[in-house]
Design a protein around this ligand. Sequence first.
Ligand SMILES: Nc1ncnc2c1ncn2[C@@H]1O[C@H](COP(=O)(O)OP(=O)(O)OP(=O)(O)O)[C@@H](O)[C@H]1O
Length: 609
Amino acid sequence: MSTPEEEWRGVAAEDTENLTQRATLRLQKRSRALLGRLIRPHLGATVLALALVVAENLASLAGPLLIAAAIDNGIPSAMGGDATTLAWCVGGYLAATTGSAGLRYAFLRLSGRIGQDLLLDLRQRIFRHAQRLSLSFHESYTSGKVISRLTSDVDSLDDLLENGVDGLLSAALSVTGIAVLLLVLDAPLALFVLAGFIPLLLAARWFFRNSNAAYRNTRGAIAKIIVQFVETMNGMRAVQAFRREARNESIMAGLNDSFRRANHRALDVVAVFTMTVRLVGNISLAVVLLIGAWRVVGGGLELGVLTAFLLYLRRFYDPLDDMAMFANAYSAATAALEKISGVLEEEPDVREPAAPVALPPSALGRAITFDSVEFRYTPTGPVVLPEFDLVIPSGQTVALVGPTGAGKSTLAKLVARFYDPTAGAVRLDGVALTDIADADLRQAVVMVTQENFLFAGSVADNIALGKPDATRAEVESAAGAVGAHEFISRLPDGYDTDVRKRGGRLSAGQRQMVAFARAFLADPTVLVLDEATSSLDIPTERAVQGALESVLADRTALIIAHRLSTVLIADRVLVIDDGRVVEDGSPADLIAGSGRFAALHTRWRDSLV
Ligand SMILES: Nc1ncnc2c1ncn2[C@@H]1O[C@H](COP(=O)(O)OP(=O)(O)OP(=O)(O)O)[C@@H](O)[C@H]1O
């Protein structure tokens, strides 16, 4: 049986509403640990910021005391002709308020810097980690969720650091300081004020409970909006082609409405708390004024002390509003940290070996071996390859054919190590892919798919992706080798055309040519082509095929193609069905036989007539 530690690892708890107490504690511990790791490099600066905020609060607390001294001692002596005390009080007041403003400035600058450095670190950690995580994670987690971790969740932490922490510190310090001063100034009056804390503590308890739940809901609701938005934008072609706009709009309206309602509930909680704080504050003020005035009239209290008392009292309740702000920001940030730390806790399924094994030198491609490979995409999903054994000698070009869903792309992805087999091993020249360093593997195996993603930048940059230090001459010669030079030269800025700008947009076929040039320049020993020629028109495919034969000549290649003209250039054809090899031979031998490939070939030839 799995322990809660394993059960709630990574992002597993993200969509669970009612967590057990043990799981909640584990997630809180994980969030705190992340916060600790983020703060550690700024420990010295954080202590300095704390010292600044303490000094600022002390300086500003001195103000009313000095006013009290001015009223009770300074003014009477000035009336007697000696203005020294009054001058000291006024000078001291000016110094305290200016000092407090200066200290506030220093604190805000320092805390702002710490906060921004910390957020920068966090954003980079999330991005770096998300790039490291395996395809299997991204397939189930979706880019929308990663974006919401990187944007709205980091923003809520930003909010906490910018407003919340400052508010809490100042509030806690001034409330404690003022409570002490009130007790020193006049203990009986102070006790009346402190009695007001009982309803306040009850209100605070109610507030924390309710705002925590409310903010968890708002984080969940905003994440759903971002996920829906990103999915719609990514699938814009399908959205417009299938007229899904109205349906999407109503889904989005529902999500927006949930977000509005969640925020509304959170704000309601804040409103009730703020009102309670104000009410208690104003009632206390009225009570102190009444009792204080009565005692001043009776001669039991000096007017200056009562004035200071009332001034402190105003400041006593105002920071409690800030506490509400802190609690808001804190609840939102806790929910966000829980999610971010979950993503950071995920481990890549496909890991770089701790002690990599070097590949032997190769001249003519590399041998690929599937050694009793079993594979399923998810631990509970169906077995896609039950037990797959295959040896491809180095230098051989192998074509994989078979019905849709047979497992051809899966085999290709295993050779490129996008996934690891569930059992058995895939080897390159006898070395298990799991033992090869990432850099060596990426150099040895290059996969070209029909996706052909182009990064922002020029056409030349996109080709040079295969070999970042390539010269322009090398880029052009790679393009020439796959027959792409001509169309690239006709682009508005030739090789410097920006592929994301108008006029630089390439057609699907042109993108495939760029991808071929990229692979050619990378010069791998093993080339995997998964439907890589599917977007080319027939004449272009013919031209590419001519180039392909020379490109494939001195390397091992795995080709998946639906067009038989491409398959026929292979040395060997494997017919795959349901995760198994059902026919294996040279194209000529298979065509001469009476199997599936022969039937496929006959149908194809007939269609050409
Ligand atoms: N990312 C994935 N997650 C889960 N299952 C997957 C994934 N990709 C493929 N499959 C499943 O694995 C099986 C084999 O798929 P694969 O893509 O290898 O087939 P194929 O032979 O390449 O098909 P086609 O000719 O249509 O591209 C299918 O049943 C498919 O549903």
